[in-house]
Design a protein around this ligand. Structure first.
Ligand SMILES: Cc1ncc(COP(=O)(O)O)c(C=O)c1O
Length: 306
């Protein structure tokens, strides 16, 4: 079911939690999603237990007595991969539903319902639309009762997507596979090169064999690790900002999943400052020539850091 935005779909799914209920919420999520839950908690609507998404045992320990587990996988901005099969099975045994925000993975790289989850969220604003020109969200579910609830919530809150946005999302879907294949191949190449770069202290990309998420990624994302990565510049915040300002092909901007590559120092937002290191740059790789992207990144790093 589509909604006017990913956050409108999030709001509807979050409302499935009964009054006074409990959500085991991944500590690594897009901060807009976390905001929705934190505001609901502040109003006394529900209780939150924050969980580390890459530690399934800790997630399941928090699920006892909870109504919903919410994980983002691949998660923003550290590219954490959750063990969706283990979490979904454990949550089901304990009577909780599992929701997976699969925006970064897209339906081409991860199919959470097949892995046991109850609901999936996609911000179609991102890779599905693919051209940074629409806002749209999708909630996908197994259960007819959930679908009926979401439909009523969408109607009551006026969260129906516009006709133009629906058209743009459908048009984007037609090229998703070729855009994603190209952007993912470039992301994997850039991750490899950045990992070996003297001015980069850390790279987060589950497709890298050295990434702590790699083994899990091979199981949960067998067709590829997507087009998003993040890395820490081995320098100060000022040097990182200077590096970003020097880029010519890449744009320092929010949002992601479009045909043009975007990069962002996430800690510039209060919402991400507690998750992202001060020099962490999130890179959404587009479909430009990978050598052009590398020339831009490498040239700007060298210009600032020598
Ligand atoms: C992982 C993730 N989920 C949900 C959202 C919210 O989607 P929308 O911008 O379509 O409201 C975003 C937006 O940045 C996101 O990155």
């Amino acid at each position: 079911m589509t909604f006017a935005s990913g956050l409108a779909a999030t709001t509807a799914i979050a409302d499935l939690v009964p009054s006074g209920g409990t959500v085991a919420l991944s500590a690594v999520t897009y901060y807009g999603v976390r905001n929705i839950f934190e505001r609901m908690q502040a109003r006394g609507r529900l209780h939150l237990r924050m969980v580390p998404p890459d530690d399934s045992a800790a997630v399941l320990a928090a699920v006892d007595g909870a109504d919903m587990v919410w994980v983002e996988s691949i998660a923003n901005p550290l590219m954490v991969v959750a063990d969706v099969p283990a979490i979904s099975a454990g949550a089901r045994e304990r009577g909780a539903i599992t929701v997976v925000d699969a925006t970064f993975a897209t339906p081409l790289r991860q199919r959470p319902l097949d892995l046991g989850a109850d609901l999936v969220l996609h911000s179609a604003t991102k890779l599905i639309g693919g051209h940074s020109d629409l806002l749209l969200g999708a909630a996908v579910c197994q259960d007819d009762a959930h679908a009926d609830y979401l439909a009523a919530h969408r109607r009551d809150h006026g969260a129906i997507p516009g006709a133009l946005e629906a058209f743009l999302a459908l048009r984007g879907l037609r090229t998703l596979t070729v855009r994603l294949d190209r952007a993912e191949a470039s992301a994997a190449e850039l991750a490899r090169r950045l990992e070996g770069h003297a001015h980069v202290s850390k790279v987060n990309y589950p497709g890298l064999p050295s990434d702590p998420q790699h083994e899990r990624a091979l199981r949960v994302l067998p067709n590829g690790s997507g087009s998003m990565l993040s890395f820490e510049v081995a320098g100060t915040v000022e040097q990182t900002e200077a590096f970003l300002a020097r880029l010519r092909l890449l744009t320092h901007a929010t949002s992601l999943g479009g045909v043009e590559s975007l990069i962002e120092r996430r800690a510039r937002y209060v919402g991400d400052a507690d998750i992202a290191g001060p020099t962490l740059c999130r890179l959404s790789v587009g479909i430009e020539n990978v050598e052009d992207l590398w020339t831009d990144l490498e040239g700007a790093l060298r210009a600032v850091l020598g």
